[in-house]
Design a binder for this molecule. Structure first.
Ligand SMILES: Cc1cc2nc3c(=O)[nH]c(=O)nc-3n(C[C@H](O)[C@H](O)[C@H](O)COP(=O)(O)OP(=O)(O)OC[C@H]3O[C@@H](n4cnc5c(N)ncnc54)[C@H](O)[C@@H]3O)c2cc1C
Length: 415
């Protein structure tokens, strides 16, 4: 079958990863179509996504370079310190907190990254709003609301079939559809999903004391409580609990919820006030059998799904975007076919190590830190204590948080 292609690249899924990819490919000179199931007004509303993301400083630079306007910077809170504690939370009613703490700060970063924060925290809907505005100013053909219902791949290109009857054709199809990818299924790529029996309850609170750019991760028997600093002395919480307890937390009267939360917070931040709805995200691990197929590449959550414990899911997706854009641009400059297996293999090989390592590490940390077994607690305490007292380890952790480590695409590397 021969396909007359309308675009260089057609992308299914215009969330944080897909919208970033569309802008990056447009900036690199490719003709791009982007399809998403949602209306823009829905994506910018508070109810669409309650999460804030901890992103590497390299990721914020990537968005700035793609022309996202000042609204992005205004919404971004620098994260200058990460404090990790292990044990039962102060006052949680199950015994005293262990004194074990690991504290990493931006001063642990190396000379090359000096002056950067460890990362930034931004509410997802604020990033989406900035991405949608940048898409409006770009040359990307945006088709929304429309659902991709099927796809065909041929020797020289692929076609996306949409629920509005339209068909889009391109030399390369990309799925950034998140965990339930129609394109992945159409290409016969297998996805294996394993639930953790945990749900992340997400909420935004106003703090009684200034957070001073500190993010907290309290590890507790049922799972971690992350407190991520937001602009205006607010914080975004990811409170991980077993599924049944999480359901109860979500429906608990507000006063009871904040009282429980205050006990989990300990003394460092004072009593929080809930300032928005509570959201629940069931947590699971998803691995796929391949990230490419003939005429198809996967990016973001369509390619890997991990526990949010280390705040790396979106960061990995943004690195996929930078790597794929660089591979395709180099291929075009060499006169190669951007949808060929030869070119797509380069992308798959580049991402394999980083993705496998990050997904495996998040899985191990999630399992190790969600257990109250005595020997595991002892080991965790030892690991955190040693890391806290060893500047070289703190530097490695600080560089990992800022994504200044590894084989980075040019658009993410330090200038
Ligand atoms: C509680 C929690 C906290 C997290 N915190 C962090 C963090 O601090 N840092 C971090 O890096 N990561 C974090 N993550 C992970 C991060 O949120 C995800 O990795 C990221 O949102 C994935 O974005 P995506 O664009 O790849 O997929 P999605 O957000 O799933 O977007 C997919 C888009 O594609 C559209 N779509 C899907 N199928 C179709 C179709 N067939 N046709 C048309 N459109 C379609 C959808 O409507 C959607 O708009 C967290 C995750 C959770 C659950």
């Amino acid at each position: 079958m021969h396909i007359e292609t309308d675009y260089d690249v057609a992308i299914a899924g215009g969330g944080l990863t897909g919208a970033t990819l569309a802008l990056a490919l447009d900036q690199a000179g490719f003709s791009v179509a982007l399809v998403d199931a949602n209306r823009p007004e829905a994506m910018e509303s508070e109810a669409f996504d309650g999460r804030a993301s901890a992103i590497a400083f390299t990721a914020l630079r990537q968005w700035r370079n793609l022309g996202l306007d000042d609204r992005l910077q205004a919404a971004a809170q620098p994260m200058d310190r990460i404090v990790v504690t292990d044990g039962r939370a102060p006052g949680a009613g199950a015994g005293p907190a262990l004194p074990v703490r690991l504290s990493i700060s931006s001063t642990d970063l190396g000379e090359a990254e000096a002056g950067e924060p460890l990362g930034w925290i931004i509410e997802n809907t604020r990033v989406l709003a900035a991405l949608l505005a940048a898409l409006d100013r770009s040359g990307v053909t945006v088709v929304r609301p429309a659902q991709v219902t099927g796809a065909e791949m041929a020797g020289n290109g692929g076609r996306l079939h949409l629920d509005n009857g339209r068909t889009l054709s391109a030399r390369l199809l990309v799925s950034s559809e998140g965990r339930r990818s129609v394109l992945r299924q159409a290409a016969g790529i297998l996805a294996e999903t394993a639930g953790y029996g945990q749900t992340g309850v997400v909420a935004t609170v106003a703090l009684a004391r200034p957070h001073e750019g500190t993010a907290w991760q309290h590890f507790m028997p049922a799972g971690p409580l992350a407190i991520l600093p937001l602009t205006g002395d607010r914080a975004s919480l990811v409170w991980t609990e077993r599924d049944d307890r999480a359901r109860a937390l979500q429906t608990l009267p507000e006063a009871a919820f904040t009282a429980l939360l205050a006990r989990r917070f300990g003394d460092d931040l004072g009593r929080p006030t809930l300032i928005g709805p509570r959201f629940a995200y069931p947590l699971s691990l998803q691995r796929v059998s391949a990230v490419t197929a003939p005429r198809l590449a996967l990016v973001g959550d369509a390619a890997h799904g991990l526990h949010p414990i280390s705040g790396q899911g979106l960061n990995l997706g943004l690195e996929d975007v930078a790597a794929l854009t660089e591979v395709l641009s180099d291929a075009r400059d060499l006169g190669e076919d951007i949808g060929s297996s030869l070119v797509l293999d380069r992308y798959a090989r580049w991402r394999r190590l980083d993705v496998t390592g990050t997904v495996t590490a998040a899985d191990l940390i999630a399992r190790a830190f969600s257990s109250d077994h005595d020997s595991l607690r002892w080991l965790r305490g030892l690991a955190l204590g040693v890391a806290d007292r060893t500047p070289a380890i703190r530097q490695v952790l600080a560089r990992e948080a800022g994504a200044a480590a590894g084989d980075l695409p040019r658009s993410l590397a330090l200038g």
